[in-house]
Design a protein around this ligand. Structure first.
Ligand SMILES: Cc1ncc(C[n+]2csc(CCOP(=O)(O)OP(=O)(O)O)c2C)c(N)n1
Ligand SMILES: [Mg+2]
Length: 480
């Protein structure tokens, strides 16, 4: 409970006696009211949080938009380049999956601006805990098309050695935690990391991406509350794309979307047009500054990212414990910020889905015409920074690069079957040797040395089984 100030509570009658005006409880202090009134619901609705936007649907500047971090030509072109590459990469990987070149894919079509605008607003060291539809963040950070293709094909160059499904990327070099399919599990992880940054006084944030569907998971609520109470510099970036597979957003929640929840947890929150890359970028830049407890800076000159690190200060108070004002003002010092990016999942949920079974073609067509990449391209063209020739060349070269990356990845052998026993478990103590259980595989048992006895036995049994039943393993996986 927040402490109340002496200011009257907006819209409520409050006790006129100052001596007996407040209820003092361990969690804070609340004003008394003689009114019997419920807040929320049809009789006393809480206003809908508006959606911050700087570029309209036709690519024109929104008059009067607040843009603390304008885009220089260089930054704008880099952002557009990444959005267009992402769109082309997604289309081509999607098609390659349909041709049977690998087993699974999902695109972030319709959410390119959310991916790239948010990535551009982060610091390079900010740790990303993504859901699975944020490949653009990796692309922005320099993860190569070869790395994407290696992961999708699960070849021996992929650090995960094919033990993850396609699209479960992870890269320590890009400060990108490996994707984990169970929804929202990444969110408490991000909060823990953010809290560690705060304790270490590192000027970094952890950022977690999650969908409108994932926000219904218990982990999401635990993450919000922990982050608020601990004052953890965590950015919660919700991609509200209207669907959780076939479940539309209106069946997912009754309240004001996801951003509407934030203030109730004590988290400063904003709703952003997820199709407007400049709005997403500005929201993330400002959210990051707030998360680190930094003061607002003078509006950056165009082109300056204005990241300003090193200012992390000790928290004045955790969100639940203090502050003085009424309303939902953020506590001073580091703390979480929630950004809800409103967009639309233009593609199917994944290659395992057919969204025409649960949404109309009119709806899909209407949203496809609001393509965020085309919107930003139109804005760039108005600035005189982009033209059709450059567009054609970018798309052509990206298509070629994706094809080449796929071809190269296909030529890399698959990791051997028994790699599934490496990396995951610690070896037994130094000097110990494999036990008799490891002898079933004959000449291949060298790899079992150092495994715990039961793992050595499982390894041998796995090899034995795969050899006795040709076909249970893909033919290109070496049986050793
Ligand atoms: C805990 C859990 N429950 C269910 C699933 C199955 N599942 C995978 S994706 C998904 C929809 C998630 O929707 P959303 O969070 O909105 O993300 P989007 O796919 O729209 O980007 C579901 C239900 C899962 N992976 N984990
Ligand atoms: Mg969704």
């Amino acid at each position: 409970m927040r402490r109340a100030s002496a200011a009257p509570v907006r819209g409520y009658a409050v006790s006129s006696s100052t001596a007996d005006a407040y209820l003092e409880v361990p969690g804070g202090r609340v004003p008394y009211t003689p009114e019997l009134r419920f807040l929320g619901g049809p009789d006393a609705p809480i206003p809908t949080m508006p959606c911050y936007r700087t570029i309209d649907a036709t690519g024109q500047d929104v008059p009067g938009a607040h843009i603390p971090h304008p885009l220089s030509q260089d930054l704008a072109l880099r952002m557009y380049g990444a959005m267009a590459r992402l769109q082309t990469m997604d289309t081509m990987f999607y098609e390659a999956q349909r041709q049977g070149r690998f087993s699974f894919y999902l695109t972030c079509q319709g959410e390119e601006a959310t991916n790239i605008g948010s990535a551009a607003g982060l610091g390079d060291q900010d740790m990303v805990f993504a859901q699975y539809r944020e490949q653009g963040v990796l692309l922005w950070r320099g993860y190569t098309l070869d790395q994407f293709a290696n992961q999708l094909l699960g070849n021996a160059l992929e650090p995960g050695k094919g033990r993850q499904m396609p699209i479960h990327y992870g890269s320590p070099a890009h400060a990108y935690q490996t994707i984990s399919s169970p929804l929202a599990t990444q969110m408490p992880h991000a909060v823990g990391t953010a809290y560690a940054y705060k304790v270490d006084r590192l000027p970094r944030v952890a950022v977690t991406y999650f969908g409108d569907g994932a926000s219904s998971e218990g982990d999401a609520h635990a993450a919000f509350n922990f982050a608020a109470v601990l004052g953890a510099p965590c950015l919660f970036v919700c991609r509200n794309n209207g669907y959780a597979i076939s479940t539309p957003a209106h069946e997912q929640y009754k309240g004001d979307g996801i951003a509407g929840r934030g203030p109730m947890y004590g988290i400063p929150s904003i709703r952003v047009d997820g199709g407007d890359v400049r709005a997403v970028y500005n929201a993330v830049m400002e959210a990051r500054r707030r998360a680190l407890g930094q003061q607002p800076q003078q509006p950056a000159a165009a082109g300056q990212q204005g990241k300003g690190g090193g200012l992390l200060t000790e928290p004045a108070a955790a969100a639940g414990g203090g502050g003085g004002g009424g309303g939902y003002a953020a506590a001073a010092g580091p703390g979480p910020v929630l950004i809800e990016c409103m967009s639309y999942r233009s593609g199917h949920h994944s290659t395992s889905d057919d969204s025409s079974r649960y949404r109309t073609s009119e709806e899909m067509r209407a949203w496809r015409s609001r393509d965020p990449v085309a919107r930003f391209r139109s804005w760039l063209a108005r600035q005189g920074w982009w033209d059709e020739a450059r567009e054609a060349e970018l798309r052509r070269s990206t298509r070629q690069e994706v094809l080449a990356a796929l071809d190269r990845a296909a030529q890399v052998p698959k990791p051997p079957l028994t790699d599934m026993f490496t990396d995951v478990y610690a070896p037994i103590a130094a000097g110990a040797t494999a036990t008799a259980g490891a002898t079933a595989g004959g000449e291949d048992d060298g790899g079992a040395a150092g495994l715990l006895p039961h793992l050595a036995a499982q390894r041998a049994a796995t090899l034995d089984f795969a050899r006795r039943h040709p076909g249970v393993c893909p033919p290109d996986v070496p049986l050793r």
